[in-house]
Design a protein around this ligand. Structure first.
Ligand code: MIG
Length: 727
C-alpha cells in the first residue's frame, strides 16, 4: 500500500485499488485498471481529506476506520476504530464492476431511492435505471424494479452498527440484499468502474448526514411551497384554472400552488403557450398571483422535431441534441411525436435551455416541473434512448447513453434550477423532477411519479417516501389521491390526511379520470379534506424548520422509526407509520372502511395529539380512527411550534403569532428558525433563531427561551404546557 496525493493505492492482480478519505467517516474504494483514479460522477460534491494514517500489522488506521486489504484479490474488510467488523468483501470484480459482500448481522437494508418495497429491503433485489414506469405496466408493482429514480445508495443497519454504501456509477446498477443468497449482499454495474464510498456512523442518522456531506443536501425551499398544491393533467384553459382557484378560495381550502400540465402548450412544444385556450396568459397568471397562487408549468425534455420551431432550430444549429453514433440528431418520440433530446450534460446546453425559461418567467410563471426526464421515449422497447446514443459533456468528453442515462434528469433539473436562480434571483427556485440520481436533491423537489388511485399505492407511498428520505431526499411526496384511475371520496380523505404530513403535498390526477379536487365528492369528504389541509398549515412553521434542518445536515423531514429508535427491533420494519421530525408520530389509515388501527409507540411517554391523553410507549395499542381522524402522537419532551393562523398566501402577511406546545414528561429542546420564507436574505444572516428549553418537573414544568439570533422580526409567542396526568 502506497500513499500518494489523494490517498492510498494498492496494486493487486490485474487491478489497482485506491483508498481515499472524504471525511472521518467516509472512505472511498475505487478500482481501476491503471494508476489513475476513476473520475467521479456529478453526484459527488465532497472533497478528499487528509485522514491521518498509521499502520498496525496489516491494517490501515485512518479516520474512524481500520481497513484490511487482501493483496491480490483486493477484497477489503472495514472495521470501526475499535476493531468491530463493519463490512467484508467476498469477491471483487474490477472488470465487470461489482462486488459481493458477506452479510454480517444487519437487521435491515434501506435507501435506494424510490422503490416499491416495504421499509426494510432485506431479501429484495433491485435495479437502478431511471424509467417511465407507465411504460412497464403494471405500475408500482413489486415485480417492476426500474423506477423513475436511480439512487445507488443503501444503508445497512442493526442495533449494533450502521453504515452506508454509495456506488458512484451512473450506469444501470443492480443490488441484491441477501435475496439470491441469504449470506451475500452484492452490487454491480453495466459499465464504468467499481467505485464506491463506505460511510459509517453510530446511528442511521449519522450515515444519512455523511451521505449529505458526500452528495449535497437539499436547498431551503420557499415556505409557500410547503403549502397545499392543486394539480390535474390538465387544466385545459385559463378559465378552467381560474375556476379551480375560485373554488379553492370559496371552499376555504388554503392552497398556494396551481399547475399547468402539458396541455397549456401548443402541440406539446416546450416553451410555447397555446394562445387560444390560454388567451391572455400573462394576465391570467397575474390574476392568480393576486389571489395568492404561484403557478408551476411543466417543461419536458423532448423537443418537437419541426422545421421553423425556434427551440428545435436553435438546438439543431448548435448541435445541442443527443446524437446517434454516426452523428445525426437522435430522433425519438414523446408527446410532440418526433422529438429530439437536449444534451444537458454540457454546460453550454444547460445555459441555452435555462435562457429559454425567460419568457415564461416574465409572464409570471413561478416554478418549473420537469417530467419525462428519465428520459421517456416511446419509440424504443426500453422506453428510453438506446445505450449507444451519444452525449457530449464539457471538455469534449463523450458519454454513451448507457453512462449518461441515470444522470440525464439530474442535469435537466440542474439546468432549470440554475436558470431560475439567474432569472428570479429574489426568490428561491422551485423545481420539481420525476427522474433523479444521487445528488439530484441539490436541485429539485421530487414526486413519486405515476401511481394509481388504489389503497395499495397509498400504503406503499409511505415506505417509498421513507426510503427516499434515507436517500437524501427530504422535499418529496406522492400524488395525493393517486394519479391513474378514479379516486373515491374515502381514498381522497385518507390520502389527504397522510399528505398533510409529507413535505411535498399535491393533489394530482390523470386526464380521463374522475375529477379529484376536494369538492368533487360529498360534503363530508370536503369537510374532512379541508380540515386536514388547514391542519397542514398549522404545522407549516414546524415543517419549514425541518426543511431547514435538511439543508444543514441532510436529515429528512419524514423518518422511519429506526431513525430515532434504532435499539427497538420493530422500528426496523414498520412501514405504515412514521415520524415527522423527532417527536411527532403519524399513523395514517391505509385500508378502506377501517375505524381502528394498530399503532406502535416506541419507549418513553406519549400524548395523543387530539385528546391529550398520556400513553406509555414500548407497546402496540389499538386506536380509534374513524374517517375524520388521523391518529397522531407526540412524544414527551417535544416542543411543537403551531401556526394558529393559516398563512396561505392570500392572507399571509407577516407571521405575527406562534404557539409553542410543550409536552412535559421529559426535558426538551427546540431550535426555532425564522426568516422571510422567500428570499436568499438568510444567507446574509437575515434570520432569527430561538432556543426553547423545556425543563421537566413533576409539579411544575417550566419553559425558557433564549434568543440566539435576532435579525428577523420574531412573532409574539405563546406557550402551552401539556402536562402529564397528576400534574
Ligand atoms: O405519461 O404530463 O407523471 O404527473 O400529469 C404522462 C402528463 C405524462 C406523466 C406524469 C404525470 C403528468 C403526465 N405525464
Amino acid at each position: 500500500m502506497k500513499k500518494n496525493d489523494t490517498g492510498f493505492i494498492i496494486e493487486g492482480k490485474g487491478a489497482y485499488l485506491h483508498i481515499i478519505f472524504y471525511g472521518e467517516n467516509i472512505v472511498r474504494f475505487a478500482y481501476s485498471k491503471d494508476k489513475n483514479v476513476p473520475s467521479s460522477t456529478v453526484a459527488v460534491v465532497g472533497k478528499p481529506v487528509e485522514a491521518g494514517e498509521s499502520f498496525k500489522s496489516n491494517r490501515l488506521l485512518a479516520g474512524n476506520f481500520q481497513i484490511e486489504v487482501e493483496r491480490e484479490k483486493l477484497t477489503v474488510k472495514v472495521f470501526d476504530r475499535s476493531g468491530r467488523l463493519l463490512n467484508e468483501d467476498l469477491k471483487v470484480n474490477a472488470k465487470k464492476p461489482g462486488v459481493e459482500k458477506k452479510r454480517l448481522s444487519e437487521t435491515g437494508f434501506y435507501g435506494n431511492g424510490e422503490k416499491y418495497t416495504w421499509l426494510n429491503q432485506l431479501g429484495y433485489s433491485t435495479v437502478n435505471y431511471n424509467s417511465d414506469v407507465l411504460h412497464h405496466n403494471p405500475i408500482h408493482h413489486p415485480q417492476v424494479q426500474e423506477m423513475h429514480t436511480a439512487i445507488p445508495f443503501y444503508i445497512g443497519a442493526s442495533p449494533d452498527f450502521a453504515y452506508g454504501i454509495y456506488f458512484d456509477n451512473s450506469y444501470r446498477t443492480e443490488f441484491d440484499f441477501a435475496k439470491s443468497d441469504s449470506n451475500v449482499i452484492s452490487f454491480q454495474a453495466a459499465g464504468g468502474y467499481l467505485d464506491y464510498y463506505f460511510m459509517h456512523g453510530s446511528t442511521v442518522a449519522d450515515v444519512v448526514s455523511a451521505y449529505g456531506l458526500l452528495t449535497g443536501t437539499p436547498p431551503l425551499p420557499r415556505k409557500k411551497y410547503l403549502g397545499f398544491h392543486q394539480s390535474r393533467y390538465s387544466y385545459q384553459s385559463g378559465e378552467e384554472l381560474l375556476t379551480v382557484a375560485d373554488q379553492l378560495r370559496r371552499h376555504d381550502i388554503p392552497c398556494d400552488v396551481l399547475y399547468l400540465d402539458i396541455d397549456y402548450t401548443e402541440a406539446y412544444k416546450v416553451f410555447t403557450v397555446d394562445n387560444e385556450r390560454f388567451k391572455g396568459f400573462k394576465k391570467m397568471i397575474g390574476n392568480l398571483k393576486e389571489m395568492g397562487f404561484a403557478v408551476v408549468v411543466i417543461i419536458n425534455p423532448g423537443v418537437k422535431v419541426e422545421e421553423g420551431y425556434r427551440v428545435y432550430e436553435e438546438g439543431k444549429e448548435n448541435n445541442y441534441f443527443v446524437t446517434t453514433p454516426s452523428g445525426e440528431i437522435y430522433q425519438g418520440e414523446v408527446w410532440p411525436k418526433p422529438a429530439a433530446f437536449p444534451d444537458f450534460l454540457r454546460s453550454e446546453v444547460r445555459h441555452w435551455w435555462g435562457e429559454l425559461h425567460r419568457e415564461l418567467l416574465a409572464c409570471g410563471v413561478d416554478g418549473i416541473w420537469n417530467d419525462m426526464n428519465e428520459p421517456a421515449n416511446f419509440t424504443e422497447k426500453s422506453g428510453t434512448l438506446p445505450d449507444e446514443a451519444v452525449h457530449l459533456g464539457d471538455n469534449g468528453i463523450v458519454f454513451s447513453h448507457a453512462e449518461a442515462h441515470n444522470i440525464y434528469g439530474l442535469m435537466q433539473a440542474r439546468a432549470t434550477r440554475e436558470a431560475l436562480e439567474q432569472l428570479q434571483p429574489e426568490k428561491r427556485p422551485f423545481v420539481l423532477t420525476r427522474a433523479a440520481f444521487a445528488g439530484s436533491q441539490r436541485y429539485a423537489a421530487l414526486w413519486t411519479g405515476d401511481n394509481s388511485s388504489v389503497w395499495e399505492h397509498l400504503e406503499c407511498s409511505i415506505p417509498m417516501i421513507l426510503n427516499l428520505g434515507l436517500s437524501g431526499y427530504s422535499f418529496v411526496g406522492a400524488d395525493v389521491g393517486g394519479y391513474r384511475g378514479d379516486c373515491s371520496g374515502e381514498l381522497l380523505v385518507r390520502w389527504t390526511q397522510l399528505g398533510a404530513f409529507i413535505p411535498y403535498f399535491r393533489n394530482h390526477s390523470e386526464i380521463g379520470t374522475a375529477r379529484q379536487e376536494p369538492w368533487e365528492f360529498s360534503n363530508e369528504v370536503l369537510d374532512i379534506v379541508r380540515k386536514y389541509i388547514r391542519l397542514r398549515y398549522n404545522f407549516l412553521t414546524y415543517i419549514y424548520n425541518l426543511m431547514r434542518e435538511s439543508t444543514l445536515t441532510g436529515a429528512p423531514a419524514v423518518r422511519p422509526l429506526l431513525y430515532h429508535y434504532d435499539d427497538e427491533p420493530d422500528a426496523y420494519h414498520i412501514s405504515d407509520q412514521f415520524l415527522l421530525g423527532e417527536g411527532l408520530m403519524v399513523c395514517p389509515v391505509t385500508r378502506p372502511g377501517i375505524t381502528h388501527r394498530q399503532v406502535y409507540l416506541p419507549r418513553g411517554q406519549w400524548f395523543d395529539y387530539w385528546t391529550g391523553e398520556n400513553l406509555n410507549g414500548n407497546r402496540y395499542l389499538t386506536v380509534e380512527s374513524p374517517l375524520g381522524k388521523l391518529p397522531l402522537f407526540i412524544r414527551a419532551g417535544t416542543i411543537l411550534p403551531i401556526d394558529d393562523h393559516i398563512y396561505s398566501d392570500h392572507n399571509r402577511g407577516a407571521q405575527t403569532a406562534l404557539t409553542m406546545h410543550c409536552y412535559a414528561g421529559k426535558d426538551g429542546l427546540y431550535r426555532l428558525y425564522l426568516d422571510d420564507g422567500t428570499s436568499f436574505n438568510y444567507r446574509q444572516e437575515q434570520y432569527s433563531e430561538l432556543e426553547i428549553i423545556l425543563k421537566d418537573d413533576p409539579v411544575q414544568p417550566a419553559v425558557k427561551t433564549n434568543i440566539i439570533k435576532d435579525n428577523f422580526p420574531i412573532p409574539e409567542i405563546k406557550y402551552i404546557i401539556h402536562h402529564r396526568p397528576g400534574q
